[in-house]
Ligand binder design. Structure first.
Ligand code: ZN
Length: 460
């Protein structure tokens, strides 16, 4: 691959060369394909603490071999000393992972993620019983209450059983692996199929302006990975699209409704049989509760999957990076993803991009009341932005800009023309560069302030 300056799109940054290319280009396609192979070779789908468990098991195997070598039971023999050392190291590893877990809970950025490990651990009845003892009798042992109780215990300087902690990590790993199997065998193919069907009918209505074949191909070249939400940073602990690695992460607990469906159905059937036997309506409540849980779980999973898949489909500006003198590409960077634009210093319009993604997601799932939508404030601000100016801005303008790819083959005026058109409309409805000012306000004063300003017609 040789370097050539195309239309002044070759930029220089330090010693590296940058070039804007089309996301439709062959080299971008090949880049994504190679990423997928990498991801599948080095799968990142492990449960929180599984690395610690692996180390523990390895040390145990080593200790077992040493025990076979020891003659007699001389505690002063080098083998016995080594065994002791391995056991000490395992205790240290466990303690360190426990401390890391507590630290996750204390960090505001990751605080919400700790309950997922707890919820998984508590599926084991004996673990659940032991943990329930940490909270006052009569209170429901909810995972968030247990996490809180454990954190308080450590703050008081009290010990937490490392034997129990190890069993908790094992239980978390066990349920994660079960979910991973269900996800790969059943859930993922179903979700992809449903997404294609939803997009198919939406394309007829013009919601998603991308040919079906292209969508199918993009789904095929993206790696879908189930993640333990305690181990990964996910949007609202649910999912994440990562363009630099071309992956879509899905939180493992979202698969629960599929995993537990058979036992729920069994319980519902038992209740029905009982009700028939006694000739009363008993069991109706439980059946209704399970039906709602399953429905809610599936809707959440579907929503998350569609949301992340839309980030993947949304239009992009791709910048390639070559090291000086090198023939091969060093990297790709995404300067535009949907409506989010990454500048030299800051990323702009993240809120708008999420609002648009949520809006299209609910159109695809048919959730018109936005019951399953996240980013509620972003959606509210988006609606205000569209309607509170001197003129209303059609949704189509936002959509066209959202799905627009940068194309270097177009002339200057035509490149990202939908985005330019949207900016013009926004300037007419408000003032010049209003959207940039609004974005700055959100970053500096928060989204609530921006909502209030738009509602009351104040300057931002
Ligand atoms: Zn998102």
């Amino acid at each position: 691959m040789s370097l050539k300056a195309t239309d002044g799109f070759l930029l220089r940054n330090g010693n590296n060369m940058h070039e804007k290319i089309s996301p439709e280009s062959k080299e971008y396609g090949e880049f994504k394909e190679s990423l997928k192979i990498d991801t599948e070779t080095f799968r990142g789908d492990e449960s929180w603490g599984s690395d610690v468990l692996m180390m523990l098991r390895m040390n145990e195997v080593k200790a077992e071999r040493l025990r076979e070598q020891v003659k007699g039971d001389d505690p002063e023999s080098p083998e016995a000393k080594h065994i002791e050392e391995l056991e000490r190291r395992n205790q240290e590893e466990l303690r360190r992972s426990f401390e890391n877990y507590i630290a996750l809970d204390k960090d505001p950025k990751t605080k919400g993620s700790t309950i997922f490990l707890m919820a998984e651990a508590m599926q084991d009845p004996s673990i659940r019983e032991e943990l329930s003892a940490l909270i006052p009798k009569g209170r429901l042992p909810l995972s968030n209450r247990i996490v809180e109780a454990i954190v308080q215990k450590t703050e008081r300087g009290e010990e937490f059983s490392m034997e129990l902690w190890e069993r908790m990590l094992e239980q978390n790993q066990k349920t994660f692996l079960e979910k991973l199997r269900v996800f790969q065998e059943k859930v993922l193919p179903e979700l992809k199929q449903k997404f294609l069907e939803a997009v198919h009918s939406a394309t007829e209505k013009g919601t998603v302006p991308i040919p079906e074949e292209k969508i199918r191909q993009m789904l095929d070249t993206t790696a879908f990975i189930l993640r333990d939400p305690t181990a990964a940073r996910l949007e609202n602990n649910m999912g994440r699209y990562d363009p630099e690695n071309n992956t879509i992460l899905v939180a493992s607990y979202l698969v629960d409704s599929y995993l537990h469906a058979p036992e729920w159905e069994k319980s519902v059937k038992q209740d029905k049989d009982m009700a028939e036997f006694y000739g009363d309506g008993g069991g109706k409540d439980r059946a209704e509760k399970y039906r709602k849980m399953a429905e809610h779980g599936r809707a959440n999973l579907l929503h998350t999957f569609y949301h992340e898949a839309l980030h993947m489909l949304s239009g992009k500006t791709v910048v390639t990076e070559y090291e000086e003198g090198a023939e091969h590409l060093a990297d790709f960077e995404h300067k535009k993803i949907g409506l989010r634009h990454v500048g030299k210093k800051v990323a702009r319009f993240r809120w708008l991009n999420e609002a648009m993604t949520e809006h299209v997601t609910t159109e695809l799932t048919g959730d018109h009341d936005k019951k399953y939508a996240g980013y509620k404030k972003e959606l509210e601000l988006f609606e205000l932005l569209r309607t509170k100016g001197k003129k209303e801005i059609p949704l189509e303008l936002f959509k066209n800009a959202y799905f627009e790819n940068f194309d270097p083959d177009q002339n200057e005026q035509e490149r990202l023309r939908h985005w330019k058109l949207l900016r013009l409309e926004l300037a007419e409805a408000y003032e010049h560069d209003f959207i940039v000012k609004l974005d700055k306000t959100i970053q500096e004063k928060g989204i609530d302030h921006a909502i209030k300003s738009l509602k009351e017609g104040l300057a931002v």
